[in-house]
Design a protein around this ligand. Structure first.
Ligand code: SAM
Length: 278
């Protein structure tokens, strides 16, 4: 008998994977967590029926969430990651030699535990002495933060359940306060094809908070529509000016999606997307 996992997407579409075996399935305090092995040998991390990552192409999302902000900052030392309990975004952040301290704040300790057990490709960052795991609500953590951060990366779920608070103006005002003078925030902001209103509402709510606010895109095959957006806000710098890459990644990092050219290109928005943030 063949086993298939299907994530239903808006407008009567979906994405389906042939499953070889279920590695672990657990109801945590916050969400249903499933780790599946697919027929192509990859691992699938699913929360509340939504695909968070597959080990086949997670590099796209993690490189684009991390490096656009980190290469735009003059010398990032302290990084805060909210969500991202699989460890992939932290893995990219610690590639930067200037990074001395990473707080990785995910509300669900079970995500840390299951990622360490089944997702070594991303959870490898947990063993780096610069990375500090904190099982806490990210909104409360950033509200209480005392020592400024150079870069804040929000690697959240959809704006539902525990993730909803991470799309609000209050949360972003707290991030802005927690950023140092050249501080940069980047967050995942869903797909322009199915979640245009999420992007429009987010930008309307947080535009007054940041010196400049920008949307950029990347193709993430396992997310609804395959076209994903990210939002970047700056605390310093010139108002409205898009942050350029101040350095390029060394070849030995072997990045597979992010590059200085992609950094420049990813901010070029098709008219139906530009309209959402105009
Ligand atoms: N890349 C994925 C996406 O775009 O859908 C997100 C991956 S990451 C695993 C999402 C994480 O956000 C989950 O592990 C979840 O536990 C965490 N999360 C949700 N709400 C949170 C909150 N309020 N504070 C901290 N972490 C939260």
């Amino acid at each position: 008998m063949e086993l298939w996992f299907t994530e239903a997407h808006p407008s009567h579409r979906g994405l389906t994977f042939r499953v070889r075996r279920v590695l672990e399935s657990r109801k945590s305090r916050y969400q249903q967590i499933d780790i599946l092995e697919t027929e192509d040998g990859a691992r699938l991390f699913v929360l509340d029926g939504m695909v968070m990552l597959t080990t086949r192409d997670e590099f796209v999302y993690h490189e684009m969430l991390a490096h656009v902000a980190l290469f735009a900052h003059p010398a990032p030392r302290r990084v805060l990651i909210i969500g991202g309990g699989d460890g992939g975004t932290a893995r990219e952040a610690i590639k930067h030699p200037t990074v001395e301290h990473v707080d990785l704040v995910d509300i669900d300790e079970d995500v840390f535990e299951l990622s360490r057990r089944h997702l070594p490709e991303t959870a490898v960052s947990f063993d780096d002495p610069r990375v500090h795991l904190r099982a806490e609500d990210g909104a409360a953590f950033v509200r209480e933060a005392k020592t400024p951060y150079d870069v804040v990366l929000v690697d959240s779920t959809e704006p539902i359940g525990p993730g909803a608070v991470l799309f609000g103006a209050e949360f972003h005002a707290d991030i802005h306060r927690a950023l140092g003078p050249d501080g940069i925030m980047a967050c995942q902001s869903d797909t322009p094809f199915f979640d245009g209103e999420t992007i429009r509402t987010l930008h309307r709510a947080v535009r007054p908070i940041y010196r400049s606010l920008h949307l950029y895109l990347a193709s993430v095959p396992v997310y609804p529509s395959g076209l994903w957006s990210f939002t970047l806000g700056t605390k310093g710098g010139a108002a409205g000016v898009r942050p350029r890459a101040l350095r390029t990644p060394p070849a030995d990092w072997r990045l597979r999606y992010y590059s200085a050219e992609v950094h420049d290109a990813c901010f070029a928005l098709p008219p139906f997307v530009a309209e959402l943030v105009s």
